[in-house]
Design a protein around this ligand. Sequence first.
Ligand code: DX5
Ligand code: ZN
Length: 217
Amino acid sequence: MAVQINPSILSADFSRLAEEAKAVEGADWLHVDVMDNHFVPNLTLGVPVVESLAKASETPLDCHLMIEEPDRWAPAYVEAGAGSVTFHAEAAAAPVRLAREIRAKGGRASMALKPATPIEPYEDLLPELDMLLVMTVEPGFGGQAFLDIMLPKIRRTRELISKHGLELWLQVDGGVSASTIERCAEAGADVFVAGSAVYGTDDPAAAVRSLRNQATE
Ligand code: DX5
Ligand code: ZN
């Protein structure tokens, strides 16, 4: 299981996004949090910024859509240049159709679960996805404390992925840091989003390397 580290630009300086993208060279994906002030109580950026960032960044974009009506908007993020697009299970009207549409446009299709959303109802959908995101905070803001109570869900999700012999990646997002990443890895996560633990340091590239070492041990 290859470990991937995806810095979240939510904790970066939004006036210098291209430079901030370059500051984490060596990262696997750049995690881009799209918030619409409806699905979550915060507002960030949309398709035009993703389009510019996709051109400016050598690191591929992992777009996390915390928005209502992802069925309507997610395909536009693939067209804008995102390599992976994550929609929320709680917001999608037709997750299978949406995942197929993302894949048909050449993107990796991913679905996210808020802390209170169980994985079990979605077991049969897993073959339609390239990644499953288990949120380890309530979505909306960077810098929140990691929710330990999500570790059993990470473990159960990994078991379901193995049971079906699937290749899909298991991402965790929220409060991932030097003090929590090992627990996430041990529970079965292989893709780690980190915002403040990367951009909140003086040397973001070094933070990526050290998180990777910790998750690999
Ligand atoms: C929160 C976002 C996260 C956020 C994580 O809703 O989805 O991607 O940037 O930030 P940290 O790593 O600081 O918890
Ligand atoms: Zn995110």
